[in-house]
Design a protein around this ligand. Structure first.
Ligand code: G4P
Length: 532
């Protein structure tokens, strides 16, 4: 393999950052970018009304609401590495895009608020990481505020998420008594020193060897003794670091820090880069494609973003490059349409800035102009190569509405609009299992997508609609081959539907009802994901 190409790819790291809203994902991302010199000021990049927006916010609707609807990809360089961060929406109303973004990442960083522990949204995102067996790193944030007991936090991660943990560093106190962190590898203690939010890149951290008498003076006898006890306990009873288990996503290296005060961020980055791998191989219908062996360019579309810029009325498809080098002057082959083409306006995207690029490498994520030909999961590769990457699964929505067109004369436009929006993957569309097209049911992962749907149908397709909420919160695909839903015994609070490909599904109002359905129908297979 070409040495230069190999080096470029080897130095790349592509990870997604996940958390529950407010745990500090935006703050941490911003600090990463600051280290990489990708942004110059650290002013709170919060997506709140009347304040500066997070670098990853861009859509009008998210500005109105001050939240991050879309996931974006940011790139920066640090310590010889080229790092791609895939940002995921941080609001309660996240969407299926968040899940899809995780399909494009090689590892995930999970940010946890030290006073709260594992929260609902983290659990959902975590499940997708587990499905992919990618390494998961934990950053326990906000140690400068009152925090829960670190052992309790680790136990919660292990019990709730079912992953082993291995603390790489260990906190000394928290809140007002937060003194710093102890690095279990080097036996050094980095003393906590807050840095002003918009200020310099890093704190001039003072470090002491754990055996240094001065450390005792600095942190006091109580905390020192506690640290000694903790280290003994961790060494004796904790899971040892095991890179193989980390690679398989079975052991999460844990770091404690404070993103806002830039404490522990650099240490985290350094360890993280050492403990993660360069772009991972990916499965295709021609077998595993390894970027370290396959020189030819290839990638897949994992997200389609419509109308990011209203003035252009364009669609951007996001592609994760999986092998080789993308060269903007060369033709590529879109496998699903069987067409050779030049990708139009390839770009890297950062906030409102779109930087047109001439080249990109395996591991990178880029946006390409989509004239309406790409679908989620499509493969793009070098002409002459013919294979498709494994599709991106469809994830179970959790909110459902009946969608009604107010003007029956506009039925055609309405159907066109809702079908197109569903094809882009913003919503999922279902219909009654037995009644052809009489009602359209839409399902979304986060309720904001309902607003986006209504807004877009009204603005882009000139159709006024009404959304009638349905009392279901769960949907499951019935995996048994050739099953007729009418032959199944369904609890009364369920509804039988099919998706646009005709796959049978059942809507449930609660988990209890799902269990009941499984009990009543022996051999029934229900799933939360649909492989495409
Ligand atoms: P998110 O993207 O995960 O939703 O969280 P975000 O980074 O926006 O952080 C949520 C709030 O927590 C912000 O405060 C942020 O400043 C604060 N925060 C993040 N990391 C730390 C930390 O290490 N220590 C402390 N003390 N606070 C932290 P906010 O008041 O909601 O926003 P802002 O007005 O400060 O921008």
């Amino acid at each position: 393999m070409n040495e230069q190409l190999k080096k470029e790819i080897e130095n790349r790291r592509t990870f997604a950052i996940i958390s529950h809203p407010d745990a500090g994902k935006t703050t941490l991302t911003e600090k990463f970018l600051l280290y990489g010199g990708a942004i110059n000021t650290a002013g709170s990049v919060k997506g709140k009304a009347n304040s500066k927006y997070a670098v990853s916010d861009w859509m009008g609707i998210e500005k109105e609401r001050g939240i991050s609807v879309t996931s974006s990809a940011l790139q920066f360089n640090f310590d010889g590495y080229c790092i791609n961060i895939l940002d995921t929406p941080g609001h309660q109303d996240f969407s299926e895009d968040t899940y899809r973004t995780l399909m494009a990442a090689d590892s995930a960083v999970m940010v946890i608020d030290a006073s709260k522990g594992v929260e609902a949204q983290t659990i959902k995102l975590f499940k997708v990481c587990v499905m992919r067996h990618i390494p998961i790193f934990t950053f326990i944030n906000k140690m400068d505020l009152e925090a829960r007991d670190p052992y309790e936090l680790l136990e919660e991660i292990e019990n709730v998420l079912g992953i082993k943990t291995c603390p790489i560093n260990w906190p000394i106190g928290c809140g007002k008594r937060f003194k710093g962190v102890f690095d279990r590898n080097t036996n050094q203690v980095s003393m906590f020193q807050a840095v002003s939010v918009g200020g310099s890149k890093s704190a001039a951290e003072t470090t002491f060897d754990v055996n240094d008498e001065k450390l005792k003076e600095e942190i006091g006898d109580d905390l020192y003794e506690q640290l000694m006890d903790d280290t003994e306990l961790l060494d004796g009873a904790g899971d040892p670091f095991d890179q193989e288990l980390v690679d398989k996503g079975e052991l999460s290296p844990v770091f404690f820090g404070s993103a806002l005060t830039t404490f522990g961020v650099e240490t985290f980055l350094e360890h993280f880069l050492r403990m993660t791998e360069s772009p991972l191989p990916r499965m295709s219908d021609a077998g595993l494609i390894d970027p370290m062996e396959e020189e030819a360019f290839s990638g897949f579309i994992f997200k389609i973003q419509a109308n990011m810029n209203k003035a252009h009325h364009d669609r951007i498809a996001f592609m994760r490059i999986c092998s080789g080098k993308f060269d903007a002057t060369k033709d590529v082959f879109h496998v699903q349409s069987g067409r050779k083409m030049k990708l139009s306006r390839p770009q890297q995207i950062m906030a409102q800035d779109r930087k047109v690029i001439d080249e990109a490498y395996a591991g990178d994520v880029m946006g390409i102009f989509d004239p309406g030909i790409f679908s989620i999961g499509d493969t793009i590769c070098t002409p002459g190569k013919k294979f498709s990457y494994e599709g991106i699964p469809t994830f179970a929505p959790e909110h459902f509405c009946r969608l009604v067109a107010l003007d029956s004369m506009k039925r055609k436009q309405f159907m066109k609009g809702v079908t197109q929006i569903a094809q882009e993957g913003a919503i999922q569309m279902f219909q009654d299992y037995n009644l052809e097209m009489s009602e359209i049911i839409v399902g979304v992962v986060g309720t904001l997508q309902f607003d986006v749907l209504k807004y877009r149908l009204e603005n882009e397709y000139n159709c006024d609609v009404r959304l009638e909420p349905l009392p279901y919160g769960y949907i499951r695909w019935v995996d048994n081959e050739g099953v007729d839903l009418n032959s199944l015994k369904c609890p009364s609070d369920t509804k039988k539907v099919k998706d646009m490909k005709g796959n049978p599904l059942v809507l449930f109002s609660n988990e209890w009802s799902i269990r009941m359905m499984l009990e009543r129908n022996e051999g029934l297979e229900l799933s939360e994901f649909k492989k495409n």
